[in-house]
Design a binder for this molecule. Sequence first.
Ligand SMILES: *Cc1c(COP(=O)(O)O)cnc(C)c1O
Length: 373
Amino acid sequence: MKIDTLAVHAGSEPDPETGALTRPIHLSTTFERGVDGSYPKGYIYTRSGNPTREALESCLRQLEGAAAAAAFSSGSAATASVFQSLAAGDHVIAPRDVYHGTAGLLRDVFARWSLESTFVDMTDLAEVRDAIQPSTRLIWIETPSNPLLKVTDIGGVSAIAHQAGALCVSDNTWATPVLQRPLELGADLTVHATTKYLGGHGDVLGGAVLARVEDDFFGRVRRVQTAYGAVPSPFDCWLVLRGVQTLALRMRAHSENAAQVAAYLSDHLSVDAVHYPGLPDHAGHDLAARQMSGFGGMLSFQLKGGRNSAMKVAAKVKVFTRATSLGGTESLIEHRASIEGPGTQTPQNLLRLSVGIEDASDLIDDLAQALAD
Ligand SMILES: *Cc1c(COP(=O)(O)O)cnc(C)c1O
């Protein structure tokens, strides 16, 4: 089935009890046992299994073309569950420009539990190969990357990982299964912040881990999910399920608008550089054109005048909202270096845009007035 159809129907079958087309939200934390002490419906307690969460996991599994899915209360909890499924002394290779929360988990949390990590330029396959150690168990990729939209070769890195006996995990939050299919390109697992495009309306925090095969490693992720209990509430699962119904439509609208905004900014005299994989002169354009079916709604640009010019533009926008995060219907603008804080590699003159689904001409007019002296 095509992704547009799956997005509408996966996990949203009519309720078998009542025929309701809109899924009920099963708030119950506990489930009745049979007279013989068994669990006739298969549910025991909501931390270990809940019908609304199962509907979401089924939906995400089908969208990503995965064998198994585990839903979490945030993208970061999903990410942490993958690291928690490794062992002390294992080595992880991650991109130098990985989502700063993921870098923080590796550096501040898991390093204390003896998980080793090396950060590399993931777009340089030779550098990835050189970083392999006998203890390397996992290579983490995130493409397109944040905030420079660098594009990583998912098939290339997966091959390097597999040669080394390691797993390749792809954070597919920015592209979504609509635009990019990491499991079909060779990745073993994908991770999502459903907080972003899957939820799609900026009103729910969530995450997921999806696996190409339901193996022992995924079993450990599942064990972490139910043992730690960083699970999404039934209402949060329902919100993500509702958001997903329009995912394919929204991703097309985000991509079309972002392409127009990127083209506009590229021609602007006050703009030094635009980072969008849809632009033919972007370093990752050819690779993105091969491994993505659209270039997505995220882009960033650098102002000629340095940090002050960037802050001035962010201060003047009226349709864009100054806020972090991404993937909602509304357009956001963010001075990324200041949220990442001290030690950030992000240029001070850079603004990141999460291009929403408004009319592109209104977005361009807004940027035009903000960029005007
Ligand atoms: C937001 C984000 C995360 C973390 O998700 P949370 O739901 O905020 O914990 C991880 N990876 C990427 C690429 C993200 O954009």
